[in-house]
Design a binder for this molecule. Structure first.
Ligand SMILES: NC(=O)c1ccc[n+]([C@@H]2O[C@H](COP(=O)([O-])OP(=O)(O)OC[C@H]3O[C@@H](n4cnc5c(N)ncnc54)[C@H](O)[C@@H]3O)[C@@H](O)[C@H]2O)c1
Length: 338
């Protein structure tokens, strides 16, 4: 009979709803404990999902008492290293929220600990679960756009000062950009090699740190990735998921980054004409959205002993784009992504 995995949910804030919803409906696992340093949040979430499991306000106690198979880390980014490493060392797999953490040495330690313990550490990047992302990835993998030259990925959103975002010196890069960096790596099947970055805080911004900036990456497939983000504008907004333009030698595609839309492509035909079509996702997309999709993929990979596409080792290559972009800002020039 299949194992029924016990799950410890850690952190019951804004993003926790989608994770509780995704886990509550599964039959291959059960929520065995709920933790939040604000006990009232944990109690509220447990009641909301009709859970009879114990509720804690201290992670160490919860880990020792519940002895979960899986820890789901939905806490502040600066807690992710501590929770991930302790969980792995205690024998639990970890499914965590982005960003992996705020410090390169901590991120490397999280990946190393997963390798040493032989347990799974996955980072969920929900943009990978959108049909538009999967459709772009499929078209590029199949070579339908030819060799890719340029990707432009842009975010223009109004401010969201929730969570700890407004305590960070580079909120756009440290909290938000990893979604777009990870989407671009996933879509292109390529990693960043160098970056030149510039950040700033526009007049009137509600952020304390730099809520805006731009990065130019040289990618391992020889293409250039241009990323531009303004997190504090009220005008002509894009989704928080970014909008994309990808140009290759045989065509180009644009996607507005919305949940319910598909990328529009113009593709050169053998007779020289240009055909316009909407790109479609392939069989690798399970038809679910965001966290429900991610949890389904993580659970099926865990049960099958497969490596999840967004495992910590892979996600390090996305968060390294953030760390190196900040290095570039501080250095005032182009640096290697490592
Ligand atoms: N995938 C997405 O689109 C998305 C969206 C929002 C947030 N996030 C990420 O999810 C994580 C949580 O963000 P949020 O918006 O839910 O934040 P939040 O501030 O609303 O909630 C975080 C919760 O974690 C609790 N917490 C903090 N440290 C803890 C600890 N050591 N032990 C137990 N509980 C602890 C806090 O009390 C709080 O209730 C962050 O990493 C954030 O970047 C991802």
């Amino acid at each position: 009979m299949d194992k029924n995995y016990s799950v410890l949910m850690v952190g019951c804030g804004a993003i926790s709803f989608v994770w509780f919803t995704a886990f509550a409906k599964r039959t291959d696992c059960h929520i065995a404990g709920v933790v939040d340093i604000n006990r009232g949040m944990a109690e509220e979430r447990a009641a909301q999902y009709g859970l009879k499991c114990p509720v804690f306000d201290d992670f160490d106690t919860a880990l020792a008492e519940v002895k979960p198979d899986i820890v789901v880390d939905l806490t502040f980014p600066f807690c992710h290293h501590d929770i991930t490493v302790k969980s792995l060392k205690a024998g639990a797999h970890v499914f965590g929220e982005k960003p992996m953490c705020l410090d390169r040495a901590e991120a490397q330690d999280m990946v190393k600990t997963a390798e040493e313990t032989g347990l799974v550490y996955n980072v969920h990047q929900n943009r990978r679960s959108m049909k538009g992302t999967r459709a772009l990835r499929k078209a590029i993998t199949e070579g339908r756009l030819g060799k890719i030259w340029m990707t432009c990925c842009e975010i223009y959103v109004n401010s969201d000062l929730s969570s700890i975002r407004n305590t960070l010196p580079y909120p756009m890069l440290q909290d938000q950009a990893v979604h777009s960096f990870d989407s671009c790596r996933f879509i292109l099947g390529a990693d960043a090699e160098t970056v030149y970055a510039h950040s700033y805080n526009p007049p009137g911004s509600k952020y304390n740190g730099d809520g805006s900036g731009a990065c130019i990456f040289e990618m391992s497939d020889g293409s250039t990735l241009v990323f531009n983000a303004v997190m504090d504008t009220d005008y002509l907004n894009t989704p928080w998921h970014s909008q994309f333009r990808v140009i290759g030698e045989k065509g180009a595609a644009v996607w507005d980054g919305k949940e319910d839309t598909l990328p529009l492509a113009q593709l050169r035909q053998p007779d020289g004409s240009i055909k316009e079509e909407y790109l479609q996702p392939g069989d690798d997309w399970n038809g679910m959205l965001f966290h429900e999709c991610g949890v389904e993929e993580m659970m099926s990979d865990l049960k099958a002993g497969r490596v999840y596409h967004g495992c910590g080792k892979d996600n390090y290559k996305s968060i390294a784009m953030t760390f190196s972009a900040i290095d570039s800002i501080k250095a005032g020039g182009k640096v290697k992504v490592w």
